[in-house]
Write a protein that binds this ligand. Structure first.
Ligand code: EPU
Length: 420
């Protein structure tokens, strides 16, 4: 994929029309890694074409899987692996590479995965993944920047109580538990729709999991998993991002395929901010006519307000007719977009985990730099609403999580241009 470096946006166009929502990145990633837990074929439908997905496919191919990604269908076949080692080059590209840890130990009884470092949005430890695997009987050594896991006699079931409902931590441990001996009970499991649907995928591969969609998961290990065909759900974060595009441009967009039940807390906040949100046959329609009203929010694990939509919502609040506070409770440093929004005329002060925003009448186009995936989406939204021309640099962040974003924005009337 040849990637453009920057996006030029002439702001102020009202966005109108329909956007088809792609498959969820954060389900497709663990679903791909679940593919290495069986020697049979797995087919995943509705897998988005994203650089994060390509990175995961590259890693799985390096481990020894045969994978094809044609259109939006992925076929995975992993008769055996050639290595159980995920080196730094892969993990440094994408933190979600940690998702091969559980599947590798479950099927091959060992794994060495480079330790994901900090990233733009925070320290992001993996101590909860590691502790749960130790409790399941693995010997773990952390040295030279790698996590080395050996479970000579296989993993065994146990009670895992997470102090925080870690998203990928829950996914790793559910996958590990599917092939462990005996029963694993995960308490305070993450309940994001992507975790729920990963469990449904594993169940259709033959795993025995009870409590799917709740915070207590009971997994009875089985000897083998088999093949299956599975559909990836629509990406709620992509849908939420385009919903904000309708709000900041006073437009009217139908989010085709988006699921209201996956976005309840976020859509309630949009409504409180003055948006007209309704379900239509093809998805969700979001329209905006009057002033944007100030709304205080605090991010939280699902079903709370998603941290992955905090920056985008902030882009809308920069234009509210009053003042509000956005509190980031999930990550300690997810305000990298603030400086850049201020360069476009926003009035935001950050103290500790809170951003205090005083709305301005308009943002003004500027050259800004993306720092992570969701921050770059926030800057694009700000550019769409701003007076004049904006250029968003380091666009590679956006390609990680937004399929065909240029076509989708242009398709609803945005004045955008890719610059290489
Ligand atoms: N944490 C620890 N120790 C652990 C695990 C997590 O301290 O062992 C901390 C993290 O540092 C963070 C908090 O717990 O402060 C939440 O982390 P969590 O494990 O829930 O996040 P994650 O699994 O690393 C996933 C998504 C993120 C999303 C978060 C929160 C994937 C591949 N990633 O990350 O998605 O922001 O959950 O919902 O599913 C994105 O798509 O842009 C993205 C960053």
């Amino acid at each position: 994929m040849l990637l453009s470096k920057s996006l030029k946006i002439v702001g102020g166009k009202k966005l109108q029309g329909s956007i088809k929502i792609s498959g969820a990145k954060n389900l497709a990633l663990p679903a791909l890694s679940a593919g290495i837990m069986t020697s049979e074929n797995i087919t995943l439908n509705n897998v988005p074409k994203l650089t994060d997905i390509s990175s995961m496919i590259d890693l799985l191919q390096y481990l020894g899987s045969n994978i094809e990604h044609i259109d939006n269908v992925v076929q995975i076949s992993t008769k055996n692996v050639v290595t159980t080692c995920a080196p730094y080059d892969f993990v440094s590209k994408m933190r979600a590479s940690i998702l091969v840890l559980g599947p590798l130990v479950a099927r091959f009884k060992k794994a060495r995965v480079s330790l994901p470092g900090g990233c733009a949005i925070g320290v992001r430890g993996v101590d909860m993944h590691v502790k749960a695997l130790i409790d399941m009987g693995a010997d773990i050594t952390i040295s030279g920047g790698d996590i080395d896991v050996v479970a000579k006699y296989g993993l065994h079931g146990t009670d895992v109580v997470f102090p925080f409902p870690t998203f990928t931590g829950t996914e790793n441990i559910v996958m590990a538990a599917c092939l462990a001996k005996g029963r694993t009970v995960i308490v305070n499991a993450a309940v994001e729709p992507e975790v729920e649907h990963l469990c449904l995928l594993l169940r259709s591969m033959g795993a025995q999991i009870d409590g799917i969609g709740t915070s207590v998961l009971t997994i009875d290990g089985v000897n083998d998993l088999g093949g299956c065909t599975f559909d990836i759900i629509p990406d709620r974060i992509e849908a939420g991002t385009y919903a904000v595009a309708a709000v900041v441009t006073h437009g009217d967009i139908v989010l085709e395929g988006a699921r209201h039940d996956h976005l309840r807390a976020f859509l309630e906040c949009l409504k409180c901010a003055g948006a007209d949100v309704c379900d239509v046959d093809t998805g969700i329609r979001v329209a905006m006519s009057g002033d944007i009203l100030p709304i205080d929010i605090e991010t939280a694990p699902y079903p709370g307000f998603p941290t992955d939509l905090q920056g985008q919502f902030m882009a809308a609040m920069c234009l509210c007719n009053g003042s509000c506070v956005i509190r980031e409770s999930v990550f300690e440093n997810r305000f990298m977009h603030v400086q850049e929004l201020c360069r476009m005329g926003a009035n935001i002060n950050v103290s500790d985990r809170c951003a205090h925003i005083v709305g301005v009448d308009k943002l003004v186009g500027a050259r800004v730099m993306a720092s992570d995936l969701r921050a770059s989406a926030a800057l694009v939204l700000a550019g769409l609403s701003a007076d004049g021309v904006s250029i968003v640099d380091r666009l590679y962040h956006l390609y990680r999580g937004y399929e065909a974003f240029y076509d989708k924005l242009a398709g609803v009337g945005a004045d955008v241009e890719l610059i290489s």
